[in-house]
Write a protein that binds this ligand. Sequence first.
Ligand code: FES
Length: 273
Amino acid sequence: MASNAATLREDSLGQTQRRDLWWAQPVAMGAAFVAFIIYATYRGLANEYFAFGHGVVGSDGQPVHPESAYFLSPFYSPLLALPSWVPKWMGPAIFVMWMPAGFRLTCYYARRAYYRALFADPPACAVAEYCKDNYKGERGVWIFQNIHRYFLYLALLLVCMHVYHVIEALRWPGEGGERMTFRVSVGTLVLLVDLVFLALYVFSCHSLRHLVGGRLNCFAGGGDNTRYKLWRCCSALNEYHGLYFWCSLFTVGFADFYIWMVASGRIHDLRLI
Ligand code: FES
């Protein structure tokens, strides 16, 4: 019977001496990844019911909840006006979703999660894997994962866009077409929660931590150094990076789903203030 890591490597995929439910986490994560990819792909290609509020006209030419503030699904942010020569089946989401998708796909935490959950390479700690002795690290085609630091800049822009959309969701048309007034609805809170978790996810990024505090052997100036303080903040958030990844994945999907339901008339966006 295998008794250490060296002999485990000789065993077949999934063999281990672990007695806990080590497979539960990769299975749950794999299911979540697949479900989100299917949902996001469908919604990105659907090209309908991605916005409602004043200024929004539906596919039937009718205004969609003109009495409401403007709400845009995060999957379609920033909303692009496509030229007429672009085929109708190619909605604006296709031209922007590659940014958050690339950022998440190359995320250090996500890589570990989907290498385990989707490729079983390895399935978990101290569990025999398929590739055994030919581990080469992220070389060859996997070198593209290094592009994550550049996706970070796009993700920071996306955070700014989400801030803008929350502000838009606070500006409601006044009675009788008067100037805009400040109001809050359930939809506003849904977008706000999405923004908070997206910001926590981006600001806890390993690449951002390196960007603000990297390339130094020591922080001259100690505790008063601005870079040191920023690095401390990023490091504190970075501890929960995996949690923020999943929370932001869920809240961005839910924000799109909520806007889909309201825009299609299935539910009503309840105004709170
Ligand atoms: Fe996860 Fe950068 S490491 S978002």
